[in-house]
Design a protein around this ligand. Structure first.
Ligand code: MN
Length: 196
């Protein structure tokens, strides 16, 4: 036993039950996506940091590269993504968030069109994001483990567009996954909380 027990990075619990997003996202997807993929990023991060979790994920994302960046960012990105969904989610945002989307994208419909285009345009694995910088909302896509915080953006919403996020439920149909995300899953209350 070491004298000092370092705290390790931990896999956060899902903010909903494994079956709660069905029929849109299956328990099987969450078993793998949370229980295998997200868990593996946490295990890799603990290996790479030798079990010392004294640095925040945000600090690691800001200052690291290579495998350390990839695993820290993937832990952060997935934790954030889970909170972007809820059982019975979907529909349109309200209040300040709705007004900010109208102001910066023209309308909610134009925002959705632009977000889906960014998510579809991300070739291969990555993420699509609604972000804020200098009080302005915009949409960015990042490849692999990329996180827009490294470019000074504050993430408000993300959708995981790695195939492991949708292959079991939608096979290769990323558009169907994106439609379902916005129609039935997106948690606008969480997105509103992230607004500066
Ligand atoms: Mn993923």
């Amino acid at each position: 036993m070491p004298y000092i027990e370092h705290m390790t990075y931990e896999l956060p619990e899902l903010p909903f039950g494994k079956q709660d997003l069905e029929p849109h996202i299956s328990a099987e997807t969450l078993d793998y996506h949370h229980g295998k993929h997200h868990a593996a990023y946490v295990a890799n991060l603990n290996k790479l940091t030798d079990g010392d979790s004294s640095k925040s994920l945000e600090a690691l994302i800001a200052e690291s590269s290579g495998g350390l960046f990839n695993n820290a960012a993937q832990v952060w990105n997935h934790t954030f993504y889970w909170s972007c969904m809820k059982p019975g989610g979907g529909g349109a945002p309200e209040g300040d968030l709705a007004a900010r989307i109208d102001a910066d994208f023209g309308s909610f419909a134009e925002f959705i069109t632009a977000f889906k285009a960014a998510a579809m345009g991300q070739f291969g694995s990555g993420w699509a994001w609604l972000v804020e910088k200098d009080s302005k909302l915009s949409i960015v896509a990042t490849g692999n483990a990329g996180n827009p915080m490294t470019d000074g953006y504050k993430p408000l919403l993300t959708v995981d567009v790695w195939e492991h996020a949708y292959y079991v439920d939608f096979r290769n149909a990323r558009p169907g996954y994106l439609n379902t995300f916005f129609e039935s899953l997106v948690n606008w209350a969480f997105v509103s909380q992230n607004l500066g």
